[in-house]
Design a protein around this ligand. Sequence first.
Ligand code: DGL
Length: 269
Amino acid sequence: MIGIFDSGMGGLTVLKAIKEEMPSIDVLYFGDTKNAPYGSRSREELTALTIKAIQLLRSRGSRSIVSACNSVSASMTVSLFDTFSISSAQSRQHGAEQPEHLIEMVGPTVSYFRESTARLLLCATQATIDSHMYQNAFEMIGKSVDAFAIPELAGAIEAGSNEEKIERTIRAALEAATEQGMSVQNYDVLILACTHYPLVTPVFQKMLGKGVLVFDPAIAVAERVKKQLWPREMADGKMTFLLSQDSEPFRAFAAKLFPGSAYTIEVVS
Ligand code: DGL
């Protein structure tokens, strides 16, 4: 059984892509709805929340973990687990066991564009943008990416806000980006580097028009999961959702993304 975590419903977009590739994988999903949104949190807070999430999933039997949250990559904790396979002193102190596999968002997403010549623009939470994780990773493969934050968008989606509010939030960020010299018509691709954002892809696409491709990194992450965890994680296709606080919008999105699928939702304290 693989464990997937996010601040809330954003990781459902990654889960959906994984399930499309591998329907018979068993998944335990943790949405930290009580502490969402993560994108405005400090690095220290993100470290502590990441360790807690991994600990919960490990204690419920997930040996392979997918961090479906870009913002926690900003804390570096996930990358340290992933890249160097080390347990940080803090994780040992909290008693978190090392997952056997940990897949995160940044590496698979950046690798996906290795051969691309497209002009790339990326949007994400403030924590992700400020960490420069993506900007540095693209530089490592010799590519440049321009990046801007969309403050409050993940929180608005998590709260189940209406389309008008979502559109207003995106428009304000696009205007601010234009003022900083990042005008969308100068790019071929907009990378949605927050897993909440693909839940409102039609709104992005409507605002950007046909000239800009809106890219959901879930595709790249699902490919990585398949490469690393398949077929060893082949099972019965069960889905269990753990939430740190009950959430109607989460339930609504889960029902919309997985119609007709059996799953259970449990609120954990
Ligand atoms: N979905 C997460 C991400 O990819 C977290 C967003 C948030 O909670 O602010 O960054």
